[in-house]
Design a protein around this ligand. Structure first.
Ligand code: GLU
Length: 381
C-alpha cells in the first residue's frame, strides 16, 4: 500500500525561513555519551552556535532538552540498565542541575540569557497552570531569553508523566504558537519499516496527513538510553500539525545539527494551515461560555485590528474564567466575534466601561487591560 506521501517536494527552505518561532527538542543520546554519562562537549558547543545563529536571524528559540536522567545516573554511579521510577527521579534531580549549568555557561559565554522550566503533564491539564506557563514562556521570549524546558521528572510519577520529551516539546510548541518543531534524534526521519531490521525500509521525506499506515510504520524506542521512539514522534506531529506548526525529524548526531537543516535528509510533517488560521478555527469551534456586549466604537476598533478594552464593553453575561471562549456581541444582539477572555466574569463585570488606567484601582491588582487580546479573537466572515 502506498503511504500518503507528498510527491512534489515543498520549498523547505522557504518554510524554514518563514518560521519565526522555533522549538528544538534535543534527545538524550545526542547530548550525553551513552556509557560515560558525560556531556558531548564539542557537539554541544556546535549546537549552541546554531542556536545563536537562529537568534541572530531574529527567530525565537525554545529548547526542550533531555539528558537529566543520563547525566544523573552517572554521577550517582547507578549501574542497572533499567532504572526504577525512584532511581530515575533521583537521577533526574542530580542530572538536571548539571544540565542547566551546561546550558547556562555556554549561553552566558555568548552573551545570551537562558532559563529553566520544568513541566509535568499535569501542568498542561490544569487550566490555570497551563495559562500561567504560557504567559511565562511568552514573557521570557519577549525578554530575548532562551527557555530550556524539561519534564519535571523528580515529581512526575507515571500517571502524570509524559515520559518522553517528544510529546512535551509538541505541547510547548502548541502553547507558544510556534511555527516549527525540530526533533533532533539519532535517526534521519521516518522509514516504511525499521531500517535497522529491514533492508527494504524506504525513507519518507514529507508527510501531509498522518494516516493509520503512517502510524503503523512507527516503532517503540530502540535504545535503552532514550525514552521516545518513532511512535512518540508521530504523536508529537499530530499535536503540532493540528495547530499549524510544522515538524521535522532530523538526525542531529553530527556537529552543527541545525545548520541548513532544510537541505538535509529528514522527515517533514507539514501542517495544512498556518498557526493563525488553526487558532482562529479552534476559537470559532469552541463552545462559548459567556457574552460580552460592546458599543459601536469598540466594534469599529476591533475590526481595525485592536484588542477589546473595557471602555468599549457595556455588559457581560454568563459564567466564564480567564482563558474561556466568550462571544462578542453588538448591543442589537448581532454576533461580532469570539475570543478568549482575559478576565473571569466577576472581574469583567467590575471593569465594564472603565478606562484602562482606572482598572487597577477597581480590581486591586495590576493586569493587562484587554478584555480580549486581538491575538485571541476570531471574527465570523
Ligand atoms: N526527561 C528525561 C530526561 O532528561 C528524558 C526524556 C526523553 O528522553 O525523552 O532526562
Amino acid at each position: 500500500m502506498e503511504p500518503n506521501i507528498i510527491k512534489i517536494s515543498p520549498d523547505t527552505e522557504k518554510i524554514y525561513q518563514r518560521s519565526k518561532s522555533i522549538v528544538i527538542k534535543v534527545g538524550s543520546s545526542l547530548l550525553v555519551e551513552d556509557r560515560l554519562g558525560a556531556i558531548k562537549k564539542e557537539w554541544f558547543a556546535s549546537f549552541i552556535e546554531d542556536v545563536m545563529h537562529l537568534r541572530k536571524l531574529g527567530k525565537t528559540v525554545i529548547i526542550v532538552s533531555s539528558g537529566a536522567i543520563n547525566l544523573g545516573r552517572k554521577i550517582l554511579n547507578i549501574k542497572d540498565n533499567e532504572l526504577t521510577l525512584e532511581q530515575e527521579q533521583a537521577a533526574a534531580s542530580v542530572g538536571q542541575i548539571e544540565l542547566s549549568k551546561e546550558y547556562q555557561e555556554h549561553f552566558k559565554h555568548k552573551g545570551l540569557i537562558c532559563s529553566q522550566i520544568l513541566i509535568t503533564l499535569d501542568d498542561f491539564t490544569n487550566r490555570r497552570r497551563y495559562l500561567n506557563c504560557k504567559s511565562t514562556l511568552k514573557t521570557l521570549l519577549k525578554f530575548g531569553v532562551i527557555p530550556i524546558v524539561n519534564e519535571n521528572d523528580t515529581v512526575a510519577t507515571d500517571e502524570i508523566r509524559y515520559g518522553d520529551n517528544d510529546r512535551l516539546a509538541a505541547q510547548v510548541a502548541s502553547i507558544c504558537e510556534s511555527d516549527l518543531l525540530i526533533l533532533l534524534s539519532d535517526i534521519d526521519g521516518l522509514y516504511t519499516a525499521s531500517p535497522k531490521k529491514s533492508k527494504n525500509a524506504v525513507h519518507i521525506p514529507f508527510i501531509s496527513e498522518i494516516t493509520e499506515e503512517i502510524e503503523l510504520m512507527a516503532e517503540g524506542p530502540e535504545n535503552e538510553f532514550s525514552h521516545g521512539g518513532m511512535k512518540t514522534k508521530i504523536e508529537a506531529a499530530k499535536v503540532t500539525t493540528s495547530v499549524g506548526c510544522n515538524l521535522i525529524i532530523a538526525d542531529g548526531q553530527k556537529r552543527n545539527p541545525i545548520d541548513k537543516i532544510f537541505k538535509r535528509k529528514a522527515t517533514w510533517f507539514l501542517a495544512s494551515q498556518s498557526v493563525k488560521a488553526a487558532r482562529k478555527k479552534w476559537i470559532l469551534n469552541m463552545k462559548s461560555l459567556g457574552e460580552i456586549i460592546i458599543d459601536f466604537k469598540a466594534e469599529k476598533a476591533l475590526k481595525s485590528g485592536n484588542s477589546l478594552l473595557p471602555v468599549g464593553a457595556t455588559k457581560c453575561i454568563g459564567q466564564f474564567s480567564r482563558g474561556d471562549v466568550v462571544t462578542v456581541k453588538r448591543e442589537d444582539g448581532q454576533i461580532v466575534a469570539k475570543g478568549l477572555a482575559s478576565f473571569n466574569q466577576i472581574e469583567t463585570g467590575k471593569i465594564l466601561g472603565l478606562k484602562s488606567e482606572d482598572i487597577q484601582g477597581v480590581l486591586g491588582y495590576n493586569r493587562k487591560p484587554e478584555l480580549i487580546h486581538r491575538d485571541n479573537m476570531a471574527f465570523f466572515n
